[in-house]
Design a protein around this ligand. Structure first.
Ligand code: F6R
Length: 258
């Protein structure tokens, strides 16, 4: 796991965007896209590079990580609408190559299995963007999720519903109870993952992910098994790390050798 300690919150967006841009410059790319607050600066930086520096997304396909069950794609808080509003509609990525699980599918279990197969059929994800929940979830794989899970229907933890109430006029009760989420096994098959975390409310989860045991109790700790995982942190999210000096030194050495 590579840990990048950023000097500022804005730096997190730039560093994560650098990783994505480097992959895009290699050729056609399949991105995995998280929604929520954490990657917003990353998407804003990619949009800026598209507008000001000509970075093209014309050869990109993208799969979102998850979707609320029961919300049709057109719902303002569906992750399909959100990722369009916050990223895809502002770059030159063909909309027909944006894929999300259908939250209003008649059979959610079938839809989850179909979505998992669609990711494989597209050749798998090249770079998966992730955030982390305050309870250590990635995607909506809540604590005690199987480390080998595939895309499936999950029940959201009450903490996640409370955290996401801000997108539903502060009404946790209005946050759907169920979702479709890529599983930890599915996410683990991405060739590269970049997880961004911002703010002091993520510090405990970040420490458990990076320095705790691999445990379904902190689903993000499964990334310790990933051969190419980068964690990009702002100072507040990194505040509880015991080995921060080591990560900083490794980062400096890495930058010198590049
Ligand atoms: C979103 C997702 C979630 C979020 C996490 C953090 O697609 O899968 O895992 O990344 O809940 O949310 P924010 O970034 O809003 O704090």
């Amino acid at each position: 796991m590579q840990i990048i300690l950023c000097k500022s919150t804005h730096d997190v967006g730039r560093r994560a965007a650098d990783i994505i841009e480097a992959r895009l410059r290699q050729g056609p790319t399949v991105l995995g896209l998280a929604t929520g607050g954490s990657p917003a600066l990353t998407y804003q930086e990619l949009i800026r590079r598209h507008r000001e520096e000509g970075l093209s997304f014309s050869r990109v396909s993208a799969f979102t990580l998850d979707e609320y069950a029961g919300l049709p794609p057109a719902h303002v808080q569906s992750y399909y609408s959100t990722i369009r509003r916050e990223f895809v509609d502002h770059v030159d990525m063909p909309l027909e190559r944006l894929y999300t699980p259908q939250g209003d599918a008649a059979d959610l279990n079938d839809e989850a299995a179909r979505y998992d197969r669609a990711i494989s059929a597209a050749g798998g994800v090249d770079v998966q963007v992730l955030g982390i929940g305050t309870n250590g979830h990635i995607g909506f794989n809540e604590p005690t999720s199987s480390l080998q899970s595939r895309t499936r229907v999950k029940m959201l933890a009450s903490r996640t519903r409370a955290d996401n109430a801000r997108f539903f006029e502060d009404e946790a009760e209005d946050v759907p109870r169920l979702c479709l989420t890529q599983g930890l096994g599915t996410i683990g098959e991405a060739r590269q993952v970049v997880l961004v975390a911002l703010g002091s409310n993520k510090a405990a989860a970040v420490r458990a992910m990076v320095e705790g045991p691999i445990s379904a109790f902190c689903p993000a700790s499964a990334l310790q098994l990933h051969p190419h995982a980068t964690v990009v942190l702002d100072p507040a999210a990194a505040a509880d790390l015991a080995l921060a000096d080591y990560y900083r030194e490794a980062q400096e050495l890495h930058e010198q050798l590049l």
